[in-house]
Design a protein around this ligand. Structure first.
Ligand code: CIR
Length: 260
């Protein structure tokens, strides 16, 4: 059974959102349009059963709209605060800790020398895949795996440091169901996924891999018709979301919320 979400923490982009980190060359984001896209994303979360908890925008952290990286939540079970791998993002965790404290009395954290962005964590039922990336190191993965083991959840590592074009594991692979993944071709054959049913994102639509299952629908980036067709054919209902301004800052749609 895939988790049902009732809450989603979000944080609108700050006015200096364009000063955040990015590795892509898609131009400078338009903050007004980013705010409109964010508002539409929040409305979609609400339509699909989530109470949306919107934290105030934080211009001290231009990447703070990407809240997913700052915590890993096992809905109904527990949550852990991460140690984001980019120095400019480390301070983002404080507001997230405060927001989660009323839901999760115990909030352990990943500590140095561990580093981990939860965008590198792909939850699929009782298995969790942890990407080793430019942001998540082996020690961070080890700490997370030890915490997951307390809940009977197994961790498998996926090294993405040589996979071009993705910042985080979940930029390239996400879970649609407990035993079904949506993956870019470069990762689809990875040994860690050998016992999973893997749907491959069509060529030239790699950005659409970062979709999110929200209760009965899949949130998927707007403008990727082949991926939409693939998902519909597999029986999923879709909620297309406009993501152009977040894509310019290396963000996918999963990173815009913490769902539980
Ligand atoms: C960063 O480089 O950290 C942000 N500009 C984008 C983070 C995207 N997060 C995610 O995919 N989980």
């Amino acid at each position: 059974m895939f988790s049902r979400f009732t809450q989603a923490i979000v944080r609108p982009p700050a006015r200096n959102f364009a000063n955040g980190l990015t590795t892509v060359d898609l131009g400078v984001p338009n903050v007004a349009l980013a705010l409109a896209q964010h508002a539409a994303y929040c409305a979609a979360l609400a339509r699909h059963g989530c109470t949306v908890i919107a934290l105030p925008a934080d211009s001290a952290h231009p990447d703070s709209t990407f809240v997913e990286d700052t915590a890993l939540i096992l809905p109904g079970r527990g949550a852990i605060i991460t140690h984001p791998g980019a120095a400019s993002r480390a301070g983002e965790v404080h507001a997230i800790r405060d927001a989660l404290a009323s839901f999760f009395p115990e909030l352990p954290e990943i500590t140095t020398p561990g580093a981990l962005d939860a965008g590198d964590v792909c939850e699929a039922g009782d298995v969790v895949f942890i990407g080793i990336s430019e942001r998540t190191n082996a020690d961070g993965a080890r700490q997370l795996a030890a915490w997951l083991a307390r809940y009977g959840v197994a961790a498998r590592l996926v090294d993405i440091r040589r996979t071009p074009g993705i910042l985080h594991l979940k930029s390239g692979v996400v879970a649609l169901d407990a035993n079904r993944l949506l993956s870019i071709k470069a990762l689809a054959g990875h040994a860690a996924f050998a016992d999973m049913d893997v749907l491959r994102v069509p060529a030239d639509e790699e950005y659409a891999a970062n979709s999110v299952r929200v209760n009965d629908v899949i949130f998927v980036a707007e403008g990727y018709p082949l991926t939409h067709a693939l998902l519909r054919q597999a029986g999923y209902a879709l909620e297309p979301v406009a993501m152009s301004e977040f894509a310019k800052m290396d963000g996918g749609l999963s990173c815009l919320s913490l769902r539980f």
